[in-house]
Design a protein around this ligand. Structure first.
Ligand code: CP
Length: 398
């Protein structure tokens, strides 16, 4: 357990880090999803405390068809229609440093598209992207749907609350049903860590993790890297940095329950940044062994040395027990107040994945400062998700 004021650091490679982060989660996700299926539990049903994934998933599949042969069976027809490759994005560990940088470069190309009078390209014409959200979302679902439409894909939207899941249909039957209608990618959010990995066993389409339990939220981390890179480019007068080397990034708040923190630790460290976790002991993971981070409970002692302050929401829906005396106490000890914002370096930036809870992790006045890049993160989310969809499905011209 990390204590306030105590700093530790362990050097690891990003893949080691992914394994350490996964291994720190206790229960095997596949078993848990199987158990839920056996009980007939629907993915939409609000299960209690959800399990976590273990082990770095093998998420890349071999090419399935060339598209040249005449299909003999229905399955073969579906494989041919889907094109030459089927791949997934379940974790930042699915992308190495070069893979992350490739997404950044593709996002730059889509930033240029976004400036056009009609910000749309035909790259995914004829493809279908389904969004399957078993947990609430504003940013991720809408930006994936916008991204798919700007690539000219057809979009199928599944909303758990108005679906047959409320009648008890299982996650497996739900995703197999959607897949049978002919989709190329499924963007899935689920309250159980490891659910997207399990779905890759059930459907033929590419699976993109839009947030699974306390495990990962890889596209959030990619858009965060892109936003930091963009801010750094502006700071350097237009010179695009090779990566995030030399930056000190503090992730502050409910690390224990945050899938965003796990993906961001992997992504920021893969790009060379120094990552510090700042939280009260009750909101730190039980073990940080193997995580490429330092950790402290002393936010005030770190402020002057940071380039990026990345704030997290307290995940009240996942707490399950009382881990804080009160939200007022949390704001007083760990919130980014006006006084704390004034103690940052002039060029430091403030980020938050959203939704922000003003008055808890961030003071309302700080949320509205120009240095707080929350809406820029959202804007970049569309570009980065276009890049991810194109990377997984595309072969056309941007
Ligand atoms: N950052 C994020 O995942 O936001 P939503 O829950 O609104 O998608």
């Amino acid at each position: 357990m990390i204590s306030p004021g105590v700093t530790t650091r362990t050097e690891t490679t990003p893949i080691d880090a992914a394994q350490a982060i996964d291994a720190g989660q206790a229960i095997d996700a596949a078993q848990a999803i199987d158990a839920a299926e056996a009980m007939g539990a629907s993915g939409a049903a609000g299960s209690a405390r959800e399990p976590a994934a273990t082990g770095a998933p093998a998420t890349t599949r071999e090419p399935v068809a060339t598209g040249e042969a005449t299909p003999a069976t229905e399955d073969e027809f579906l494989e041919v229609r889907r094109g030459p490759t089927v791949r997934h994005l379940l974790s930042i560990a699915d992308l190495d440093r070069e893979g992350i940088l490739e997404i950044m470069r593709l996002s730059d190309a889509f930033a240029e598209v976004a400036q056009r009078p009609i910000p749309k390209v035909p790259a995914l014409r004829g493809r279908t992207v389904a969004t399957v959200f078993m947990e609430p979302s504003t940013r991720t679902r809408l930006s994936f749907e916008t991204a798919a439409k700007r690539l000219s894909a057809d979009v199928m939207t599944f909303t758990a609350a108005t679906s047959a899941a409320v009648k008890g249909e299982s996650l497996r039957d739900t995703v197999e049903t959607i897949d049978a209608m002919g989709i190329d990618a499924m963007v899935i959010r689920h309250q159980a860590s490891g659910a997207p990995l399990r779905v890759t066993d059930w459907i033929g389409a590419s699976v993109i993790n839009a947030g699974d339990g306390t495990h990962e939220h890889p596209t959030q981390a990619l858009l965060d890297c892109y936003t930091i890179r963009e801010a750094l480019t502006e700071r350097r007068g237009g010179e695009v940095p090779a990566d995030l080397t030399g930056l000190r990034i503090a992730i502050v708040g409910d690390i224990k329950h945050s899938r965003v923190a796990r993906s961001n630790v992997l992504a920021f460290s893969a790009l060379g940044a120094e990552v510090m976790l700042v939280a009260p002991p009750t909101l730190m993971p039980a073990s940080l062994e193997g995580w490429p981070v330092t950790a402290t409970g002393d936010l005030d002692g770190t402020l002057g040395e940071l380039d990026v302050v990345y704030l997290l929401r307290i995940q009240s829906e996942r707490l399950g027990e009382v881990l804080l005396p009160s939200l007022d106490e949390y704001h007083w000890r760990y919130g980014l107040t006006k006084a704390r914002a004034a103690a940052l370096k002039p060029e430091a930036i403030v980020m938050h994945p959203g939704p922000m809870i003003r008055g808890v992790e961030i003071a309302p006045e700080v949320a509205d400062l120009p240095a707080t890049l929350v809406t820029r993160q959202v804007r970049n989310g569309v570009l980065v998700r276009m890049a991810v969809l194109f990377h997984l499905l595309g072969s056309g011209v941007v």
